[in-house]
Design a protein around this ligand. Structure first.
Ligand code: URA
Length: 208
């Protein structure tokens, strides 16, 4: 499980508790998703390469660093949308590429319904954003899409994972690190994480 990173940060733990609570209303829920997205991305980007630059300060030249790679944020629609703003504030020059997948009710396999990636990759690192790593099928399908696009440096940033989903991603894409706030007990019979937080899309968008 070496590519699985579960945050030990007290702020993450505290905000996740609030997020899970049934009493948390959509406005607060969205705020927490945004903040947790940023906090987890802070941890997930620890190894991004930088190169040296010189910066003019009012007092002289300072040896500094700037990010080398062009970053793509890839929210999986629709629950991943709420994580974008917080991450984008940290890396405002990132590009945002949306991927839409739904689960076919018969095959239970993810079906792509939105993908406007251009033919040539425009970024060299992709952060996939999706709060719930449940079955892992959407995450695996998104990683497949991004690898076919030509990006090899991919990280998954989520909030809560189920052991089943984590295993599915690790088996299919052992090179993709997974960053989460918590790993929960299990999936239930309809693919929800237990205890989880319910439907992350419905709770953000007030559609429960
Ligand atoms: N998607 C959700 O929003 N919640 C879950 O528990 C699983 C998938």
């Amino acid at each position: 499980m070496s590519n699985l990173h579960v945050s030990k940060h007290p702020l993450v733990a505290h905000k996740l508790s609030l997020l899970r609570d049934t009493k948390t209303e959509p406005q607060k829920f969205r705020e927490l998703v945004r903040e947790l997205g940023a906090l987890l991305t802070y941890e997930a980007t620890l190894d991004l390469p930088t190169h040296p630059i010189q910066v003019n300060t009012p007092m002289g030249l300072a040896p500094c660093e700037e990010l080398t790679e062009k970053i793509g944020l890839v929210p999986i629609l629709r629950a991943g949308l709420g994580m974008v703003e917080g991450v984008w504030e940290l890396m405002p020059s990132s590009e945002v590429w949306h991927i839409g997948l739904y689960r076919d009710e018969k095959t239970l396999k993810p079906v792509e319904y939105y993908n406007k990636l251009p033919v040539q990759p425009t970024v060299s690192v992709c952060l996939i954003l999706d709060p719930m790593l449940a079955t892992g099928c959407s995450a695996v399908a998104t990683i497949d899409i991004l690898k076919r696009w030509g990006v090899s440096n991919i990280k998954f940033v989520g909030l809560i994972g189920a052991p089943e989903g984590i295993k599915r991603v690790q088996d299919a894409h052992p090179d993709v690190p997974i960053y989460l706030a918590a790993v929960d007990e299990k999936l239930n019979e309809i693919g929800y994480i237990v205890p989880g937080l319910g439907d992350a899309g419905d709770r953000q968008f007030g559609t429960a």
